[in-house]
Write a protein that binds this ligand. Structure first.
Ligand code: HAM
Length: 418
């Protein structure tokens, strides 16, 4: 146990971490261009925030939360998602009092006690965005476009946007009644979990993973069939805006998100090639959530995408992440006086912001050159006793193998210019 990480978690090892930096840099660039600012909220929140925000009858709240009592007997929960915390921060810090819309993004770990499998972890990372203060359907389209734009910059292909509208507080009760009418005659055949949800939240029954329940719900009335005039018009407009910018989507009336706060637009982006956990992004509008957690009536919309699933998708599509060279210059020294000289050179070169490494294991020349190769150094500077006596160093250009003797007093200039 002492040398084993908890199930469903990952170590990010050297070599992998650089790849995350690459993706995070693209995230920050896209967010800057689309006008989003970063927000960082706590890793844990009061449990009630998720119960109220995400919904009591969701899998997340019923089964998957890391909830514990702290030493003050307060129930706290490691955040299973980012939307409720960002809404809480928006209200608590009165961001509604400033200019709207407020466009925020976050990147960080989330925690869900799920059954781990490929692409599904207990600690995973999300990049998410949330926008507050406008009901404009153009923004729904912008949010989806932004996610697609981000994936495109990574070179990902074969992405499918699944789009649905889940209605609002006006049309939802109509749908709920119709759905209950449809499900009631077969209720006994559903799993106990579904039966428990029949009264409070029958929509969740359509999202049950049990194949028997899935079959029973085939042909159930969809939310889009019950939309009120306003929601239907909103949905049409969202589709129209997506068409305008050439973002392709598939209307998926069976799309039920795993969180209860959605109103109107709900969407997921899929990459079938990565297997069962094919949803790489999920999001939608949540016009009632801010009010639900005690803030002023404020519309909101956003998405979150799984960082780990990006890597799965990149891997199956054979896309390499460009990794920077680890060293510009490798300093190989032989003998104590030469080591002292290279130590000085190393400090000087670092002042000029070059990536420099030297040997700290007193190894022979062959081993040092091997390290220079592994680090993909552009140059290796070799200083032995003979070179030192002549006040010079041998500079080897690693890709061509060309060697040249350079005077020590000219060495810094030589490396910086080249
Ligand atoms: P979600 O669909 O629960 O939505 O999660 C979003 C994405 O996070 C998923 O599409 C998936 O890529 C990734 N993800 C979820 N669970 C796991 C897991 N156990 N392991 C690995 N990756 C996972 C939300 O979280 C909403 N807060 C999204 C949102 C933001 N809606 C509006 N604003």
């Amino acid at each position: 146990m002492l040398t084993q990480r908890p199930k469903g978690t990952n170590d990010l090892l050297p070599g992998q971490a650089e790849k995350w930096h690459y993706i995070e840099n693209i995230i920050r660039q896209v967010c800057r261009e689309y006008g989003y600012e970063e927000i960082r909220t706590p890793i844990f929140e009061h449990t009630e925030l998720f119960q109220r925000g995400v919904g009591e009858t969701t899998d997340i709240v019923e089964k998957e939360m890391y909830t514990f009592l702290d030493k003050g007997e307060r129930s706290v929960t490691l955040r299973p998602e980012g939307t409720a915390p960002v809404c809480r921060a928006y209200v608590e810090n009165k961001l509604y009092a400033g200019p709207q819309p407020v466009k925020l993004y976050y990147v960080g770990p989330m925690f869900r006690y799920e059954r781990p499998q490929a692409g599904r972890f207990r600690q995973f990372n999300q990049f998410g965005i949330e926008v507050f203060g406008t009901t404009n359907p153009a923004l729904d389209a912008e949010v989806i476009t932004m996610a697609m734009d981000f994936y495109e910059r990574l070179g990902l292909r074969n992405l499918e946007v699944h789009l649905n509208s889940v209605g609002c507080s006006k049309c939802r009760p109509v749908h709920k009644a119709k759905l209950q009418e449809f499900l009631r005659p077969k209720l006994e055949k559903f799993c106990p979990n579904c039966q428990g949800r029949f009264e409070r939240n029958p929509l969740r029954m359509l999202d049950c993973k049990n194949p028997g329940c899935q079959e029973l719900s085939v042909g159930a009335p969809t939310t889009t069939q019950c939309l009120c005039e306003e929601c239907a018009e909103h949905f049409e407009q969202v589709k129209g805006y997506l068409d305008k910018v050439g973002v392709r989507y598939r209307v998926d009336e069976r799309l039920v998100r795993g969180l209860d706060y959605y109103t109107k637009t709900a969407f997921e982006i899929m990459v079938e090639e990565i297997g069962a956990q094919s949803a790489i992004c999920g999001g939608g509008r949540y016009d009632g959530l801010i009010e639900e957690i005690g803030g002023p009536v404020t519309p909101g919309i956003g998405f979150a995408l799984g960082m780990e699933r990006i890597f799965s998708a990149l891997a199956v599509q054979g896309i390499e992440i460009p990794v920077e060279t680890k060293a510009d210059v490798y300093l190989a020294a032989l003998g104590e006086p030469a080591v002292r000289e290279t130590f000085r050179l190393q400090a000087q070169l670092r002042k000029l912001h070059l990536k420099v490494e030297m040997d700290y294991l007193a190894r022979g020349l062959k081993a040092q050159l091997k390290t220079a190769d592994r680090l993909k150094a552009k140059y290796t500077v070799i200083i032995g006793e003979d070179e030192l006596a002549r006040g010079a160093a041998t500079v080897r250009q690693m890709d061509s193998g060309d060697q040249q003797e350079v005077k020590l007093i000219d060495l810094i200039d030589y490396l910086v210019v080249n």
